[in-house]
Design a protein around this ligand. Structure first.
Ligand SMILES: NC(=O)c1ccc[n+]([C@@H]2O[C@H](COP(=O)([O-])OP(=O)(O)OC[C@H]3O[C@@H](n4cnc5c(N)ncnc54)[C@H](OP(=O)(O)O)[C@@H]3O)[C@@H](O)[C@H]2O)c1
Length: 307
């Protein structure tokens, strides 16, 4: 019998398909190490709302100081103040950058990395992401729409990792967690988003192997997920397949150290993914179409607007 804490893992259909049971417990605390009195810090992108915000509280409760990244100073300050009140012994910093601008010639992430040069960063969580949620046809999005989605979900992950990898290598053992999505299975009407999330898993796999090749103790993992409530566009009561952010974040952190690079950390999502992988491709694709039509009809995007 599977329990909510069963470490299930599946891989994407476009790699060798497998599902597994991973008995190894989380080794997340491996990354909570101080040196010369300098405590460990984690940096979370997209920290002002949803999964990112919950991650900050969870990390602080586990002993980390946290850098909160986002684009809205007021929202981030509100989260920072709540964190400081809840965890007076921890330190928190705020980092502002609109991720959709990260590819512009006049925007560099180097100054951000320099701004954090004095802290001992051991965990980077590339969480900021999302997409347009009105489920239009690809041809109906503007060029700016699809590039914004690509830059937020893919280019920003690439450039943040590039900017902060030297710190992670210096402070090893360290961890880079990249937040993906089960949309990478090939969900229709969110093509730019789905393709960006495929980019994230591909990048993670390559860099995980590159760390091995170079002998650096930096763990790279990509976490693929289905719907989570209280985050993104989703505002509905939690169920077995749609957990709330706290349940999801705890599942995510408990998969660290499971021995896999790409993981579906929450068991309800893993069950969904495993059922999808067992189906023939034609049936799987029909289910995806039906799913997206249902979301379009239900207006998931409206849930947040109504929040
Ligand atoms: N929730 C789900 O059902 C679900 C499913 C699959 C995958 N995911 C993935 O999980 C991750 C977290 O999603 P979430 O659902 O927690 O999203 P969320 O609640 O909408 O939060 C997204 C965070 O990213 C920030 N952000 C968005 N656009 C940004 C930009 N251009 N520049 C800087 N920051 C930006 C947001 O800031 P603002 O507060 O300023 O908007 C917010 O802090 C994403 O990578 C998403 O793709 C979520």
């Amino acid at each position: 019998m599977l329990s909510a804490s069963s470490p299930l893992s599946t891989s994407s259909p476009n790699s060798s398909t497998s599902c597994g049971y991973f008995p190894r417990p989380s080794n997340f605390y491996r990354y909570l190490h101080a040196k010369n009195g300098q405590p460990a810090w984690a940096l979370v992108t997209g920290a002002s709302h949803g999964i990112g915000k919950t991650l900050c509280f969870e990390l602080a409760s586990r002993g980390f100081n946290v850098v909160l990244h986002g684009r809205n100073h007021t929202k981030l300050e509100t989260v920072r103040e709540a964190l400081q009140q809840a965890f007076p012994l921890r330190e928190f910093r705020v980092l502002i950058l609109d991720a959709t601008t990260c590819q512009q010639d006049d925007v560099s992430l180097a100054p951000l990395a320099a701004e954090l040069a004095d802290i001992r960063l051991t965990v980077l969580i590339n969480n900021a992401g999302g997409g347009k949620s009105d489920f239009r046809g690809f041809e109906d999005y503007t060029k700016q729409d699809i590039l914004d989605v690509l830059n937020l979900n893919a280019t920003f992950v690439l450039l943040m990792t590039h900017a902060f990898l030297p710190a992670l290598i210096k402070n090893a053992p360290s961890l880079c967690l990249n937040v993906g999505s089960l949309a990478d299975n090939g969900l229709p009407t969110v093509a730019s988003y789905a393709a960006s999330k495929n980019f994230v898993t591909g990048l993670t796999r390559s860099l995980a192997n590159e760390m091995l090749l170079q002998g650096h103790d930096v763990t790279f993992m990509a976490m693929r997920l289905g719907m989570v409530t209280g985050s993104g566009e989703v505002k509905r009561p939690p169920t077995m397949t749609v957990p709330d952010t706290v349940t999801f974040v705890r599942a995510l952190l408990s998969r660290v150290g499971c021995g896999r690079t790409v993981v579906v950390p929450y068991f309800g999502h893993a069950l969904q993914q495993m059922s999808v992988e067992m189906l023939p491709e034609w049936l799987r694709n029909r289910i995806f179409v039906k799913q997206m039509l249902k979301l379009r009809t239900e207006g998931v995007g409206e849930e947040k607007k109504g929040a």
